[in-house]
Write a protein that binds this ligand. Sequence first.
Ligand SMILES: Nc1ncnc2c1ncn2[C@@H]1O[C@H](COP(=O)(O)OP(=O)(O)O)[C@@H](O)[C@H]1O
Ligand SMILES: [Mg+2]
Length: 335
Amino acid sequence: MIDRDQVLKSLEEVLVPGVRRSVSSLNLVRRVEVSDRSVDISLASAALNHGSQEWLRAKVQEILRKLSDVGEVNVEFTEMRPKELNEIGSVIAVMSGKGGVGKSLVSSLAAVALARAGFDVGILDADITGPSIPKMFGIAERPEGSETGLLPVLTHLGIEIMSVNLLLPHEDDAVIWRGPLIAKAITQFWEDVLWGRLDYLIVDLPPGTADAPLTVLQSLPVSGVIIVFSPQELAAMVVRKAIKMAQEAMHIPILGVVENMSYFVLPETGKKIELFGKSRAEEMANLAGAPLLAKIPIDPELAQLCDEGRVERYQADFLQGFADAIARAVKAKAS
Ligand SMILES: Nc1ncnc2c1ncn2[C@@H]1O[C@H](COP(=O)(O)OP(=O)(O)O)[C@@H](O)[C@H]1O
Ligand SMILES: [Mg+2]
């Protein structure tokens, strides 16, 4: 008798070409039937071109035929859209009052911290006119795909990324689209990208608390918002506006706040200096009625790693706590 659990386990080893994730983690396995000597498998064809489908068919057959009692292996493909297959635990949007505060950096570090903690994570770069996520991770590959969808590009750590930056003919091309087209791009990043099974999808919103981020919040099923500010900003105003937009107008909870460029550590003595004045992190957390998730120092090494596309190499004490704090905040808001 063929062991169905063995079959399912073996499928977890079959990686989809172009991404280093398995057919199981991308949620492509739709049906598995075993009889005395044969296995019938049905895989969703979303975002897979013909070549990838044929390759997967051969690979699945090769791997399953090694199992005891398996004679025949039939693999068929069923047409489905990524939207029908994506299973995402929590969609977390990262918001800031203005550009340059470190919103993309916080999105990236949140994803890195969660990935290191063992979660499956993706980043949807919704800052269509100022996309900077691929650059921080040093990725420039074109996403693969078919008429039915796109596959995300994976970072070294295995974080899934989709950004308009990866789809432009040249990385430095400017995007001058207007509102409706941008909204359409965001919807497509949500519906037509095969994210598969993820614990967290981080959304790097456009800067500000006006129309652009609002459009994104309206087009995605966001579970909660993280607000980023820096001490030199009119932080109280940013936090109040974010609360108004997300919590009051759209009933999306604020998960927490992050103070970026909070302090600087003197390399010689290890002394913390609050360069931009006293930290307002606790005050802002109180205002938001949500926890302080992290205080991020001004760190020249961090700036350099971002410039070099190696943000995943960054090590700092606050990162471990950051992942725990996000996971806890999500759980608290869900219950
Ligand atoms: N805490 C920090 N330490 C050092 N450099 C930082 C820090 N936060 C942001 N930066 C730098 O500032 C620039 C802007 O950050 P970014 O995250 O792209 O801002 P935003 O997305 O809000 O426009 C980046 O080049 C980044 O390297
Ligand atoms: Mg940015």
